[in-house]
Ligand binder design. Structure first.
Ligand code: GCB
Length: 607
């Protein structure tokens, strides 16, 4: 990120203005200030999975009414984490149904006694459906696993002289249904010669392990009773001045006076305003700019990274690796990442294609009205949460939906149109793996994003075919749509330490050679209409033990191994190849007056 004097984070283009959200209320990231306090609830919670046959014992016995330990045994569960990644109990790893979390908190006296204070409970994400009780009172429900939700609980904590002890109970269900995002199905196996009575499995249609639980931070925060509920910022540039349009929504009272101060990265005031909307002018502005990216052509080169949970050391390590590589972008495949990840992207100049959990839309029955309505709601939540991030360059509403279906065409058209109405300024896409002639959603996207796995899922081992097949892919799509194209996935499964020359599949040499062939093909088009290349994948990641398509089969060995880093973040040979390529591109399309240098020894952006 370019830092300096008057930094107003002007994004790559004009941002949203006049964004018309259907949602009630904003979802600002809680930040401490003279008028706001935060109390983090991360740490050990009490936990129990409901193993009863119908998974509903917790509701029948009303576990939320009393401390959880009173209704049965509990175990310690760290928050944030995935409950199905922690235990040695295999039943918990494969558990589908309701799990129960509980935490007791002692509140500062002022929070319970000062009626001019609002107390808010905020949950960073709960996968996938959550019900929240505070002191046994049903307080909040939320559907969808990757986005924050919150409730004003002032009236529950400000009820008498000494209610400073608070019991928070959260029941979470990780079952995926045809109308959740991502969708899934429950299959009952009824052959009693093979399966016990009531036996079922959860079928999913995406390629990652369905980690679940309280995977991001939970916290309490306060605001005054008259408070800022939401801020929408859009930016533009006029000669050397940055223009920052703001719209502020205040709740709780009409009697307020609003003074607006814009601070730069060093906390110096660079512009002032008053009132709920207006424009701030920052002369001599330093614009936000992606790491190592040239203006002409702007080109995204990176890898897909994954960020379901939230863990600071891993996050910083991943960003160090991105900078070491010289990468400048990623897609939040295949769900919104933690808010802290988005903040890091702003800080480090990493461009984001912000994707919602519209993944695994593989079956015709997933394109129904209930799903459509929920999908639109999820896009509202994504845009509401991430609209002010300069790093966000485009919204992606889905990954590899069955877009050859007529019903999918209508569905995608509606979700894309809705997203555009929420944010008229950013482009919208979905990522396709359909045939160019059959895709019914492509007419509605601004940028064509394509996943293809030549010489991996087709023509196994025939690296010599990649350039021809890639050229055909690009030419067909471009001829039909005349839109910019991003190669949004390509790659090869690679087991670190497997070597063979001439290369064979699964070896480090094969991954390198496959990428090299793709790069030759990409170089033919990248100064024309191909505007980005994103490798699948940044690091190896966990999946189910099978892959759903084309046939459900055990083709995963301890997860997906297409990472150029291992799951422990150690480089495979391809990481060095990629690093050379990204730095070369950075230097050949270099940012005016600067030569990009490797970031392994120093932190300055350019020399
Ligand atoms: C894809 C999917 C991604 C998978 C990848 C693979 O097309 O978008 O989620 O992990 O292929 O490795 O099969």
């Amino acid at each position: 990120m370019a830092r300096g004097s008057a930094v107003a984070w002007a994004a790559l283009g004009p941002l949203l203005w006049g964004c018309a959200l259907g949602l009630q209320g904003g979802m600002l990231y809680p930040q401490e200030s003279p008028s706001r306090e935060c109390k983090e609830l991360d740490g050990l919670w009490s936990f129990r999975a409901d193993f009863s046959d119908n998974r509903r014992r917790g509701f029948e016995e009303q576990w939320y009414r009393r401390p959880l330990w009173e209704s049965g045994p509990t175990v310690d569960m760290p928050v944030p984490s995935s409950f199905n990644d922690i235990s040695q109990d295999w039943r918990l790893r494969h558990f589908v149904g309701w799990v129960w979390y509980e935490r007791e908190v002692i509140l500062p006296e002022r929070w319970t006694q000062d009626l001019r204070t609002r107390v808010v409970l905020r949950i960073g994400s709960a996968h996938s459906y959550a019900i929240v009780w505070v002191n046994g009172v049903d307080t909040l429900e939320h559907e969808g696993g990757y986005l924050p939700f919150e409730a004003d609980i002032s009236n529950l904590v400000q009820v008498g002289p000494l209610p400073s002890r608070l019991r928070i109970t959260i029941a979470i269900n990780n079952t995926l249904t045809p109308t959740t995002l991502p969708p899934g199905t429950i299959q009952y196996l009824t052959d009693t010669s093979k399966y016990p009575k009531g036996y079922f499995v959860q079928n999913t249609y995406f390629d990652f392990f369905n980690y679940a639980g309280l995977q991001r931070s939970v916290l309490l925060y306060t605001t005054p009773t008259t408070y800022i509920d939401d801020i929408t910022v859009t930016t533009s540039v006029e000669q050397d001045s940055g223009l920052v349009n703001y719209q502020i929504s205040v709740k709780g009272s009409n009697l307020f006076k609003l003074e607006v101060r814009l601070l730069d990265a060093e906390n110096k005031v660079v512009a002032n305003g008053t009132g709920t909307q207006g424009q701030l002018k920052v002369p001599g502005v330093s614009l936000w700019w992606p790491y190592l990216m040239h203006e002409r052509p702007a080109y995204l080169y990176s890898l897909e990274i994954r960020g379901k949970g939230f863990d600071w050391p891993l996050l910083v390590k991943d960003f160090n690796l991105l900078r070491w590589l010289g990468a400048n972008a990623f897609r939040t495949s295949h769900y919104p990442y933690a808010e802290e990840v988005m903040q890091m992207c702003d800080r480090y100049g990493i461009v984001v294609i912000d994707e919602c959990p519209g993944v695994g839309l593989a079956l015709p029955q997933f394109f129904n009205n209930v799903s459509l309505h929920h999908h639109m709601q999820v896009m509202e939540e994504v845009v509401r949460r991430d609209k002010n991030h300069p790093a966000v360059v485009m919204w992606s509403v889905a990954n590899e939906p069955a877009s050859h279906l007529e019903s999918a065409g209508y569905y995608l058209k509606m979700v894309i149109a809705h997203t555009k109405s929420l944010d008229p300024s950013r482009p919208v896409t979905f990522v396709s793996n359909s045939n160019y002639a059959a895709d019914k959603g492509a007419p509605y996207v601004d940028v064509i994003c394509l996943n293809s796995y030549y010489s991996w899922y087709h023509d196994y081992g025939h690296l010599e075919l990649i350039q021809l097949q890639l050229a055909t892919q690009f030419e067909n799509w471009y001829k039909k749509y005349q839109k910019p194209i991003i190669q949004s996935e390509y790659g090869a499964e690679t087991i670190a330490g497997f070597h063979q020359d001439p290369p064979l599949m699964f070896t480090e040499e094969y991954q390198k050679s496959l990428l090299e062939q793709y790069h030759l093909g990409l170089d033919q088009k990248r100064r024309k209409y191909v505007v980005g290349e994103l490798i699948w994948n940044f690091a190896d990641f966990m999946t189910e033990q099978w892959k759903d398509r084309p046939l459900k089969a055990p083709t995963r060995v301890l997860g997906n191994k297409k990472g150029i880093f291992t799951r422990q973040r150690q480089p495979k040979s391809a990481a060095f190849l990629l690093r050379e390529r990204y730095w070369k591109i950075a230097n050949e399309t270099r940012y005016p007056h600067s030569v990009a240098k490797s970031q392994c020894l120093e932190n300055s952006l350019f020399t």
